[in-house]
Design a protein around this ligand. Structure first.
Ligand code: GAP
Length: 436
């Protein structure tokens, strides 16, 4: 089992994730993604979008505004229901989520605790120059509502018939009482949400379908199935009739990775009531207006990024030395190939390697590195999950002291297997292996 500290330290050391506004001491629950982190995050989003939207003909995409009319959040129930139970310590003034406490005393100092009260997780802001009650707005706590209020727009413009879905990727914000476990629980995070609209009566079958389809997605991207399970949650959200949680075996135990909820017709009916606009669907088969039911697979980008890193991380002994390798799926790896010259003091070799890296870069994220010995360069690439390394050596280029063969060495990350490939074929060979 990979420890969380190991991943936190790898992320910092190699440029995946940094504490947000670190030079000012950070801010709890906010994180910045570094050069490799942003690539990994984009690859996760791309893989999800491809699987949920582009490879299906029954799902379309949307990109709605983060800040919406506050009436949206009154209708959705978030203004009154989106709360966690909060207690304060009367002595040290620390705050806790009541659900997380074992006894009735402060876990930090043993002091007396206040009565439990409801704490609303919505972040408030103001729209326009006047900061009064009339200008209060909220940062969205889920991307889903942008989809519900656009149900009519999307359905009519795309002429979609049930069952069909609308997918969205975007930031969400929650003023969590206790953010923590690295990027597991943040105050700013990103969601991958699908609202799949179905005829009432077919909802339970679709609920099962999506729970399994989503679990399979993680497995297809390399997560060990033994580290995943589907479970009913301990409690249901205010909008749900039933739910599944796709859980992962995190270092702190099993925890939610993705929720798959049956939201029924709750949201569309509430928005119809509050907006006075008809959000029903005309069923041509029966000639009736119906309000569709909704199955909602909802995942976190940050949380799944943590899972992909935890699951890919391996330490092994190679020739009596520790090798750290991130066995990331090739579609997720931030860098697909690294080009490494065997001797950086040989201009012919360096020129050839740089030229090869430039050619590869047109097709895939490529790194050129000549700042250490070849052994160290391989280790560095293993640690960031680069599937292939290409070494350019004295025989690859025309040099005075070696026999020219015009070949380079292609090394595979997981097996460390090395093959010689002609320079003329190498770009095509790596493209074939990466699939781009
Ligand atoms: N629209 C439904 C919804 O938002 P949720 O179970 O509250 O449901 C869905 O959130 C997913 O979003 C979670 O499974 C998790 O992956 C991610 N998520 C929720 N809160 C988060 C937080 N504070 N930090 C990071 N990810 C979070």
């Amino acid at each position: 089992m990979t420890e969380m500290d190991t991943i936190v330290s790898l992320c910092k050391r190699r440029g995946f994730v940094f504490p947000g506004s670190e030079v000012y001491g950070g801010l709890g629950g906010f994180w910045d993604y570094g050069p490799l982190g942003v690539e990994l995050k984009n690859n996760i989003k791309r893989a999800w979008w491809r699987s949920v939207v582009q490879e299906r003909d029954d799902v379309v995409g949307l990109d709605a505004a983060v800040i919406m009319n506050p009436a949206v959040w009154r209708a959705s129930g978030h203004v009154t229901e989106f709360t966690d139970p909060l207690v304060d310590c009367k002595s040290c003034k620390k705050r806790f989520k009541a659900d997380d406490l074992q006894g009735d005393r402060c876990p930090e100092c043993g002091g007396d605790l206040t009565e439990v009260r409801k704490f609303n997780l919505l972040f408030r802001t103001f729209v326009g120059p006047v900061e009064d009650d009339a200008s209060v707005a909220y940062l969205r706590p889920e991307t889903a509502q942008g989809i519900f209020v656009n149900f009519g727009n999307v359905q009519t413009t795309m002429r979609k018939k049930l069952p069909f879905g609308i997918a969205q990727i975007g930031k969400a914000f929650r003023n969590e009482i206790t953010p923590g476990n690295f990027i597991f629980r943040d105050r700013e995070f990103e969601q991958l949400e699908l609202e799949f609209f179905v005829k009432p009566g077919t909802d339970e079958e679709w609920h099962q379908h999506w729970a399994h389809e989503r679990l399979d997605w993680y497995v297809r991207l390399g997560v060990d199935p033994a580290h995943l399970r589907i479970r009913p949650p301990d409690s249901l959200a205010h909008y749900a009739k039933a739910a599944f949680e796709i859980e992962y075996l995190f270092p702190m135990g099993w925890g939610e990775l993705e929720g798959v909820a049956n939201r029924t017709d709750y949201d569309l009916k509430r928005h119809t009531e509050y907006s006075q606009r008809d959000l029903s669907y005309f069923d041509e088969e029966t000639g009736e207006h119906i309000t569709p039911y909704v199955i909602e697979p909802s995942a976190g980008v940050d949380r799944s990024l943590l899972v992909f890193l935890l699951d890919a991380y391996h330490e092994e002994q190679v020739r009596k030395e520790k090798r750290v390798v991130l066995r990331l799926h090739k579609d997720l790896a931030p860098v697909k190939v690294a080009v490494l010259p065997l001797a950086r003091n040989r201009p012919e070799i360096v020129a050839l390697a740089r030229d090869l890296a430039a050619k590869l870069r047109k097709h895939m994220p490529t790194m050129y590195d000549d700042t250490a010995s070849i052994g160290r360069l391989y280790r560095r690439q293993d640690e960031i999950g680069t599937p292939y390394c290409i070494t350019v050596d004295h025989q690859s280029a025309v040099t005075e002291d070696a026999k020219y063969d015009g070949m380079v060495t292609l090394r595979e990350r997981d097996t460390m297997e090395q093959v010689r490939v002609p320079l003329t074929d190498i770009v095509a060979e790596v493209r074939r292996r990466i699939g781009c």
